[in-house]
Design a binder for this molecule. Structure first.
Ligand code: UDP
Length: 359
């Protein structure tokens, strides 16, 4: 399929672009490059990258219709996009609390523009199926807030506790409404903690600023900097928070599987679009809770380096435990994580860190 990947130069987006290419899809990336990495997409994956915002209607239409300058003389010239994978969003929880409008503007308003275009008559009338362009939406376990049950299923009530989680939930709700109003087909994927890097160390996690535990702990190990633990008084076995870490390549592959829902040839899949069930929702995690201290111990073992720690007070908005039940995507789409072991996830991050830092 010809797939438009919004935010495709980011961490999960770039791993997904690679998975799409390997599955013989033809991705086109649109990314404003505020946090994304251009070089990976253009130089390594040789994939068209259009720099811009999805809030820019003219730009977005030209990409969807294959008329944008960057697409001239490529396989995409004059051809319409078949499906969208929508990653483009800001994702710093702490920042979202301080600057909520930044999140509602970017994550919600810009998504509304994207949805408006893919559901417009202009687009629908040019598609052979006469329906909106189907979309996979990158959502988050942050939409559940402080969950009342563990593991979290797709039916666990969603009560987000920060503007980031709320922005993701708002877009989920809009997508569900569009299934009813104009038959928009969609898959909503709620990620738990994405981590790791490609096993060949070509791409990895490179946020700026970095706030995530695993890359910060690796940096602390190699650069002998102290790592802050945000709270060791949680009601868990060692006092630190539990998270469900999922390998970024397993996440990427879930998007490729989800695309099959939009293709006609997915006869073996145990789902269909009967009963107006046009919006499929899946959690993505490994179902096990790993504590902050466990992550630190594993990194110390793999790197053979000691990590100095400072115990800080709890970080605002951190739930004690976020653990997924991913049974639904396993059963319905046959998703099978290749790297469920936390040692593999952490080891791939370490290999990528050492390759990108010391070469
Ligand atoms: N964490 C920590 N020190 C850090 C970064 C994170 O103790 O420097 C903790 C954080 O409080 C949470 C867990 O590690 O309990 C995972 O945080 P991360 O930011 O990686 O992901 P989140 O779960 O917030 O999406």
């Amino acid at each position: 399929m010809r797939v438009l990947v919004t935010g495709g130069a980011g961490y999960i987006g770039s791993h997904t672009v690679r998975a799409l290419i390997e599955a013989k899809h033809e991705p086109v990336v649109i990314d404003n490059l505020v946090y994304g990495h251009k070089k990976v997409i253009q130089n390594i994956f040789k994939t068209p990258l259009i720099c811009g915002n999805i809030g820019n209607t003219n730009l977005l239409k030209s990409v969807i219709f294959g008329t944008h300058n960057e697409l001239i003389s490529t396989n995409h010239e004059g051809k319409m996009i078949d499906a969208i994978i929508h990653f483009a969003a800001y994702a710093y929880v702490g920042e979202s609390v301080k600057q909520p409008l930044k999140y509602y503007k970017n994550n919600v308003s810009e998504s509304i523009n994207l949805l408006d275009i893919i559901c417009s008559n202009d687009v629908i009338s040019r598609r052979s199926s006469s329906d909106p362009i189907p979309i996979i939406f990158s959502s988050s376990c942050a939409t559940y807030g402080i969950p009342k049950e563990t593991p979290i299923t797709e039916n666990t009530p969603q009560n987000p506790i920060n503007p980031y989680g709320k922005s993701k939930l708002m877009v989920e709700e809009i997508i569900k409404d569009l299934a009813i109003s104009c038959n928009l087909k969609s898959v909503i994927l709620r990620y738990f903690n994405a981590a790791g890097a490609s096993p060949d160390s070509v791409i990895g996690e490179d946020h700026c600023p970095e706030t995530h535990l695993i890359p910060l702990a690796i940096k602390a190990a190699f650069e002998s900097k102290p790592l802050k633990i945000f709270g060791d008084d949680y009601p868990t076995f060692d006092g630190t928070c539990l998270r469900d870490y999922i390998h970024v390549c397993d996440l990427a592959n879930a998007h490729v599987l989800a695309l099959k829902i939009f293709e006609k040839k997915q006869v073996h899949l145990k789902h269909d679009y009967k009963n107006n069930d046009l919006c499929k929702i899946y959690n993505l995690g490994n179902g096990s809770g790993i504590s902050v201290k466990q992550i630190i111990n594993i990194i110390e073992k793999v790197t053979q380096k000691e990590i100095k720690i400072i115990i800080e007070k709890r970080r605002e908005g951190d739930p004690t435990s976020l653990i997924a039940s991913a049974s639904k995507i396993i059963q319905e789409l046959g998703w099978e994580p290749k790297y469920p072991n936390i040692y593999d996830i952490v080891s791939h991050s370490i290999s990528w860190y050492t390759k990108s830092s010391f070469q």
